[in-house]
Design a protein around this ligand. Structure first.
Ligand SMILES: NC(=O)c1ccc[n+]([C@@H]2O[C@H](COP(=O)([O-])OP(=O)(O)OC[C@H]3O[C@@H](n4cnc5c(N)ncnc54)[C@H](O)[C@@H]3O)[C@@H](O)[C@H]2O)c1
Length: 455
């Protein structure tokens, strides 16, 4: 099957290369000429583990190419996947300008039955909007069907997520389109991935409801962490105790500096706006957003409290991307935290394995370092913001020597407070008591006894 994927960003590129790897012929289209030129040379302009190798393999095997020419790519394709950005507008709702542009181009180049598949995260009613644009532009010359196929991949493990999803959601009213979609995803069906086939609106809402729920778990545990700090409890143990309950599950229960990235903040704001458009209030989501903003502010206060005075202090910041294994800085919690520290008169020495180039235009006054140790040199405190694996096993003796004072503020709870205290550090983390050198009794997690009832 010939497939055209419009938009070669995180989602479009991963979708295109994975579908090519399934054996389909894929043309990736992007209006960014520099991006297309780089991709045509096999160079992937974003950092995503395994992506470049898979792009090169599928290009060499003749199933994947890139172009800026949307018209011919649409004409050749049986399925057009839309994976352009849907950035937030000032009221929080999704900006659908790029989606409309693509729909208008499809209308112009419709030359036979095609399925138009929305991979981008779009509000309820967008499928109908695309249908109206294409119908108006193309008239009744050719039949087409609109499909909602929201994407759930996570940056940093995007290929793995695309190839082994928890589920595939297909929203369409057209049985022929549903059949074609099942054909596209047949390798996943063969691997027993569950499929949900539903209408367009339900599929669109599944994506917002899922991201809203995950963001809720994060804000929930961040509030629990604040309560732990006030009463001397340990959020790590609370979250473990909660997560062992199958009804809750352990994921997205790590306390930290608040959620960021290109999806959760944007999608939760859009979900709140979707409810408002229906004359409703998505109260939980509004609270989730409020807590997230407060959490980021609380991190700045935490650093300030630990330092005593921020003005004139030098801070070594480890991690700028919104999560590990990506260079994506969009809505990274590191950005407001770094800005808050600069506003309070601090100097920042930063290190991130992949996100420093993107950060330079945003924060030209930071000192960008080669590694964590260079950042720590002469700093009044080390602040860990993103949980890159390489920050989990820092050489503590070396850090102790390099820092002006042995203060570590860990916004990701990567270290054991008692071990840090034993190594001579004042160690401030999230929702956990500061350590003491002698080991205190910690929670013993008993194996779950199958026979015991849960309440
Ligand atoms: N990034 C994620 O982790 C993720 C996960 C799931 C869903 N999504 C959703 O997928 C969509 C895309 O996200 P992304 O992170 O890949 O965005 P992105 O900004 O990385 O990529 C979008 C690409 O679309 C291109 N583009 C815009 N208009 C175009 C047009 N008219 N013709 C051709 N190309 C055009 C841009 O140049 C850009 O390269 C968004 O709706 C997002 O919410 C993202």
């Amino acid at each position: 099957m010939n497939i055209c994927v419009v938009g070669s960003g995180y989602v479009g590129l991963v979708t295109g290369v994975c579908l090519a790897d399934f054996g389909m012929h894929v043309v990736g289209v992007d209006k960014d000429r520099a991006k297309v030129e780089a991709l045509s040379r096999g160079k992937v302009p974003i950092y995503e583990p395994g992506l470049e190798t898979l792009v090169q393999k599928n290009m060499e095997e003749g199933r994947l190419r890139f172009t800026t020419e949307l018209g011919p790519a649409i004409e050749e394709a049986q399925a057009v996947f839309i994976a352009v950005g849907t950035p937030p507008k000032s009221d929080g709702s999704a900006d659908l300008t790029f989606i409309r542009e693509v729909a208008a181009s499809i209308a112009q180049h419709l030359n036979g039955y095609k399925i138009i598949v929305t991979k981008s995260t779009v509000p309820i009613g967008t499928g109908q909007m695309i249908e109206a644009i294409v119908r108006e532009g193309a008239g009744s010359r050719h039949k087409f069907a609109v499909v909602s196929n929201p994407e759930f991949l996570r940056e940093g493990s995007a290929i793995e997520d695309f190839m082994h999803p928890d589920r595939v959601v297909i929203g369409t009213r057209d049985p022929r389109a549903a059949e074609l979609m099942m054909d596209v995803y047949s390798p996943l069906a063969a691997a027993d991935v569950p499929f949900i086939t539903t209408d367009v609106e339900t599929a669109e809402l599944i994506k917002y409801a899922s991201n809203g729920f995950l963001a809720t778990k994060i804000s929930f545990i961040n509030e629990v962490a604040e309560i732990c700090e006030a009463c001397g409890a340990n959020v790590e143990v609370v979250s473990k105790g909660m997560g062992l309950d199958n009804r809750i599950g352990p994921k997205f229960l790590s306390a930290g500096p608040g959620f960021g990235g290109s999806c959760f903040p944007k999608d939760t704001r859009a979900a709140a706006q979707i409810a408002r458009d229906q004359g409703l209030k998505f109260r939980i989501i509004e609270a989730v957003l409020e807590v997230n903003e407060a959490t980021q502010k609380r991190m700045i206060a935490k650093i300030e409290d630990a330092l005593g005075e921020t003005t004139g202090k030098t801070l070594a910041v480890l991690g700028l991307s919104f999560k590990p294994n990506t260079d994506d800085l969009r809505e990274s919690p590191a950005l407001p935290i770094v800005q808050g520290l600069l506003d309070r008169g601090a100097t920042v020495r930063a290190f991130d394995p992949e996100a420093m180039e993107g950060c330079k235009p945003l924060f030209p006054t930071l000192t960008y370092c080669e590694n964590a140790y260079e950042a720590a040199e002469g700093a009044d405190a080390l602040v860990i913001i993103t949980e890159w694996n390489q920050f989990r096993k820092l050489e503590l003796d070396r850090l102790y020597e390099l820092l002006r004072q042995p203060l570590v503020i860990d916004l990701r709870n990567l270290y054991d407070p008692d071990k840090m205290a034993a190594a001579g550090f004042r160690y401030v983390s999230i929702g956990r008591p500061e350590g003491v050198p002698e080991t205190r009794p910690t929670a013993v997690i008993e194996p779950v006894r199958a026979a015991r009832g849960r309440s």
